[in-house]
Design a protein around this ligand. Sequence first.
Ligand code: IMP
Length: 448
Amino acid sequence: MPGTCVIGLQWGDEAKGKIVDLLTEQHDVVVRYAGGANAGHTVVTGGQTYKLSLIPSGILNAGVKSVITGGVVLNPPSILGEIDGLVQRGVQVSDNLMISDRAHVIFPWHLEEDRLNEARTSKNGEAIGTTQRGIGPCYRDKVGRTNAIRLGDLYRANFAEKVKSVAADKNSLFPLLAAGTPFTPLDADQIIADYRGYAARLKPYVADTTAYLLDALENDQRLLFEGAQGALLDVDHGTFPYVTSSNSSGVGISSGSGVPGKYLNRVIGIVKAYGTRVGGGPFPTEQANDIGQHLRDRGNEYGTVTRRPRRCGWFDAVAARYTARLSGVDVLSVMLLDVLSELPEIQICTAYEINGKRVEQFPSHVDDLREAKPIYETVPGWQTDITGMRRWEELPKNALAYLRRLSEVVGRPVQIASVGPDRAQTIFHPECEFAPPAARTPVLAPSN
Ligand code: IMP
């Protein structure tokens, strides 16, 4: 049985949630396998907007199971807040949600470490610009092991003892990390009481998700893997150190979920029709000018989680070609195409110039990326409102030419185009196997 994967190919915020939501009805299980409450997914359906962070977008379809695996770092109050918000709006959250007992838990010390670390490094201009959700510190403790606490540990007899020991360690670390920034020492007893409360409320959802997914595969269930962030933020393969702390490209699916790679056989790469980035780090095609502001305004480019304005720029095909190969992408879905509709001309970066040389391969070192000057190709815009269009052949000639050119320069076919936030504003290429049955249109015979 196939496992379908939806992976962002840029620096996150590619609108993956919308595609996951659309594909959900063709699957039995939707799996979130990495990251934490740093991610934000917006799904618009039936005129309602849902903002999700830890819970897979599949939750909006009661018929599927939504699974959060051990690769995710879990902030209990965040997920409980999300569950409450969904339930208040009438969304079913019961045995259709499962959370791994292997997931590492974010504690107040992780949030404090993230904050103090960012405050200290921003003094010398080296801050990563994290979402301050404790993601990096929690993954650091996971790899370090000694101070790590997993969800399953919350139900064990030595939980309180463990929290006291970690809190003591962290309280001695904070003054060094803070370097003058004020902080509040941890109150271990309060944390124990709070987390016991969270643990009790989360209990019905906690399970061994690895075993569940392996069983599901043996029972021919169809799995949909929902990426968080984008491949350029991958801790091993992204623009290190300006990355998140998990494998956010396609390579992270197996380690994060426990599902062997041989089942991950259909990969959709999600890109915006332009580029955005939140936080620090080089962004060669950034337009810190009127064009960037136009993209930000039209695309509502403000972080779902932090509301920070996103940096905006042209489509970077050097980066997307790299991440499409890295994530084993089969087809591309181009999101927010309508945001470009008013522009008379559009630029695509097809190569870089680094130290006087033309380079087509994405640099492995951030210093080289910092030096990269984009080499652009200019294509005409379409200057037509496309938000009401629903069929591939309805799109203006120049919009189709833009999509065709993106296919060529990235090296993967564009088969889905999004022209607005609503589910209905999604156009499938006639040959796209992912099209929901209602959206399938016959392949047109070539006209001659
Ligand atoms: P962290 O994941 O909070 O540690 O942040 C590390 C970097 O990843 C920062 O540049 C963040 O802005 C970026 N980042 C983390 N999550 C997202 C996301 O969901 N969308 C876009 N950028 C993200």
